[in-house]
Structures are given as structure tokens and as C-alpha cells.
Design a protein around this ligand. Structure first.
Ligand SMILES: *[C@@H]1O[C@H](CO)[C@@H](O)[C@H](O)[C@H]1NC(C)=O
Ligand SMILES: *[C@@H]1O[C@H](CO)[C@@H](O)[C@H](O)[C@H]1NC(C)=O
Ligand SMILES: CC(=O)N[C@H]1CO[C@H](CO)[C@@H](O)[C@@H]1O
Length: 366
């Protein structure tokens, strides 16, 4: 019994001694801490002293700056210049006031015990802040030619890193443009003239409101030359189209003539001959016959009219003599004179002969 009790006491003592011999350790460390600009960050450490006594504690910002320190049993004392900026709360919580961007970084806490134990821990402070768009660029330029490639890039300063959203300012769709929300790019490949317009970049990281900025894109393209030149070729094709169909009907060919284009007429004539074959030939033949008859009659009449008239003055007498034999043809050719002549044939002719004979004689004498 006594041996057992002794053994038990030894076990309890050994356990107690063993526990006291175990070094102090952290029971909680801050790790990564995020706090917004202007706010307060709390880096909280918790330790199990295990019966050891703290001799000294110090908080630093890496790589080397001492911020605040505390001796055993004393108050925390900030280093020069850090009063009001750093405080110690609870067991070993570092309180950082009035955060700014430069406060972000790594913080080290170090505790030294009377048993020669040194606890050391590093935490990371992330200071978040609203994005600010720093640059919106177009590469190679904001004015490009249709068919070119174009990349818009939006850059913003913000923590955590913002995500980017591109939209067309007028709300119309982006088409085939590809956006990268992490890189902030909007890439156009083989850009079309429809891409002309204003584009809005929005940067958001969950801190404050999203920030936006616009950039204008202008896509140039060749003017009138390209669209006008194909037009005549298109119209020529349209005139060709009805050609096979209207082989039996002349009306379409008439319509094509109204187009007034030389090409249309030339091609319109071919189907006209084929379509009007019999009718046209008959018409042409009849027309030619009528023309020949007219020419023949005209030539015959002219030969009888102009022949005597050209020699009118000297042959007035002979003409009157011939008139008696061929009265009817003369009346047909000169419908005005014959009635008068018929009444005063002899007198008028004689007068004419006398009047003309006189000047002729005078002319001969002169
Ligand atoms: C802290 O953040 C870093 C990167 O920012 C990461 O690698 C690490 O795992 C984080 N630590 C903890 C404890 O979350
Ligand atoms: C570019 O786009 C036009 C019309 O938008 C298209 O006709 C052309 O084939 C495209 N070119 C390339 C190389 O994709
Ligand atoms: C712009 C174009 O293609 N024009 C063509 C129209 O057709 C003529 C003859 O078919 C061509 O010579 C032109 O080049």
C-alpha cells in the first residue's frame, strides 16, 4: 500500500513537474488580418504561460522597427513617434489606430520568459481601400481602322485587387469583344465600325462603391468608294437575270430599254430579235417594201418635176407645148397652178415667155 501511494505521488509529482517543465506556447495567433483604411486593426495573440513569468514583450513591424514594448508588470510603452498609433489590449493584442495604406505589412510579437523561453509570432496586416482608376488606355490607339485589333486596358489601385467590368456606355452589347475581369482588358479582334462609341470601365473590390471611367473608340473605314463600285455590277447582274425568262415576251425587253444603260440595251436587243422573229421580219420586209415603193415613186415624180423646172426659163415655150399633151401629171404635181393655168394658159404662158424673153435678150446684149 505504502509503495503504491508513493508511486502515485511520484506519478502526480512527475506529471506536475513535467507540466511545469513544458515551455510556454501560443494558444492563438492573428495570422492574416484585413482592415479598412481609416479604421483600427487588432492583432490578437494568446499564450499559455505554463507557470513561467513574462520578463519582457515587444511588438515590431518588419523588417526591424520597434513599435511598442512592455516590461513584466509594467505598462506598454510606445517607441518615440508612435504614441497614439499603437496600443496593447488584453493579453497581448496589438491595436493599430487610424489605418493608412502604409500600415500594411508584417508585424512580429516576441515574449521572453524567466525560464528562457522566447515566443515569436508574425502576423500580416492587409489594409483594404476603395479602388481608384489610375489609367484607361487603348492599344494601339483609340482611333483604329476597321479590321484592326484593339485592346482597352483599365488599371485601378485598390486592395484587395479589383475586378473589372467593361460595358458600352450607351448600353448596347459588346459584340465579339472579349473582357478579362482580372486583367481589366477588353479585346477587339477584327474590329467593326459598329464598335465605335464610348466604353465604360468599372472597377470594384467590395470596399466602397465601384469606380468607373470612360474611353472613346473610333473605328474608321473606307468611304463611298467601296460601296459604290459594286453597285453597277449588281445592276448589270439584275438586267441579266430576266434575259432567259422573257424569251417569249417582248414587254420585259421594253422595260430594260427604259433602264437607259448601254449594257442593258445591248443585251436587251438579243432577246428582242429572238422573241419577235416572225413579226419583226414581216414588219421589216413590209417596211422595206414600202420604203422602196416610196423611193421609187418619189424618184419617178422628181425626175419629171425637176427635169423641166431646172430648165424652166429657157424652155418655157416648149414646156407649155408639152403641157398640152401631158396636162394631168402636171396638175398632180402643182395643184396650185394648174387651175389658174387651165383658165389662162395661153395668156400667162405668153406673158411669161415675153417677160422672160426680154431680160434674156437684154442679158445677151449686155
Ligand atoms: C495569409 O495570406 C497569404 C497570402 O496572402 C497566404 O499565403 C497565407 O496562407 C495566409 N495565412 C493565413 C493564416 O490565412
Ligand atoms: C473581319 O470581319 C469582316 C466583317 O465583319 C469579315 O468579312 C472578314 O472576313 C473578317 N476578317 C477576318 C480576318 O476575320
Ligand atoms: C467593282 C467591280 O468589281 N467592278 C467590276 C465590274 O465589272 C467589270 C466587268 O465585268 C469589271 O471590270 C469591274 O472591275
Amino acid at each position: 500500500m505504502a509503495g503504491a501511494l508513493f508511486a502515485g505521488l511520484c506519478l502526480i509529482l512527475s506529471c506536475f513537474l513535467g507540466g511545469s517543465l513544458a515551455a510556454p506556447s501560443f494558444t492563438s495567433e492573428p495570422g492574416n488580418v484585413t482592415a479598412e483604411v481609416g479604421g483600427t486593426a487588432l492583432l490578437e495573440w494568446q499564450m499559455n504561460d505554463d507557470g513561467a513569468s513574462q520578463l519582457f514583450e515587444i511588438w515590431r513591424k518588419l523588417p526591424s522597427a520597434g513599435l511598442i514594448q512592455r516590461a513584466s508588470g509594467g505598462d506598454a510603452e510606445p517607441f518615440a513617434g508612435y504614441e497614439g498609433k499603437f496600443e496593447i489590449e488584453g493579453v497581448a493584442t496589438l491595436k493599430i489606430l487610424n489605418l493608412n495604406k502604409e500600415d500594411a505589412g508584417q508585424y512580429e510579437f516576441q515574449a521572453t520568459y524567466d525560464d528562457s523561453t522566447v515566443l515569436d509570432s508574425i502576423a500580416t496586416l492587409i489594409v483594404s481601400y476603395q479602388p481608384t482608376i489610375t489609367d484607361v488606355t487603348a492599344s494601339p490607339a483609340s482611333n483604329v481602322m476597321e479590321g484592326d485589333d484593339l485592346t482597352l486596358t483599365c488599371a485601378a489601385d485598390g486592395v484587395p485587387a479589383p475586378t473589372y467590368t467593361w460595358t458600352k456606355s450607351d448600353g448596347s452589347p459588346l459584340g465579339t469583344a472579349v473582357a478579362d475581369t482580372a486583367a481589366g482588358t477588353l479585346t477587339f479582334t477584327n474590329i467593326s465600325r459598329d464598335a465605335t462609341g464610348s466604353y465604360t470601365c468599372s472597377a470594384d473590390n467590395g470596399v466602397g462603391d465601384a469606380q468607373t471611367q470612360d474611353i472613346a473608340v473610333a473605328v474608321s473605314y473606307p468611304t463611298t468608294a467601296a460601296p459604290t463600285t459594286p453597285t453597277p455590277n449588281v445592276t448589270m447582274k439584275m438586267t441579266d437575270a430576266p434575259t432567259p425568262a422573257p424569251s417569249a415576251e417582248p414587254k420585259p425587253t421594253g422595260g430594260m430599254k427604259t433602264s437607259g444603260k448601254p449594257g442593258g440595251r445591248g443585251r436587251g436587243a438579243k432577246p428582242q430579235k429572238g422573241g419577235l422573229g416572225t413579226g419583226a421580219i414581216v414588219g421589216i420586209v413590209l417596211g422595206l417594201l414600202a420604203l422602196f415603193i416610196t423611193i421609187a415613186v418619189g424618184a419617178y415624180c422628181a425626175s419629171k418635176r425637176f427635169g423641166p423646172q431646172q430648165e424652166k426659163k429657157p424652155d418655157v415655150v416648149t414646156f407649155t407645148k408639152a403641157e398640152e399633151n401631158e396636162a394631168e401629171p402636171l396638175k398632180n404635181k402643182d395643184p396650185e397652178n394648174p387651175p389658174e393655168k387651165s383658165d389662162d394658159k395661153d395668156t400667162s404662158i405668153i406673158k411669161n415667155g415675153e417677160m422672160e424673153d426680154v431680160p434674156l435678150k437684154n442679158a445677151e446684149e449686155a
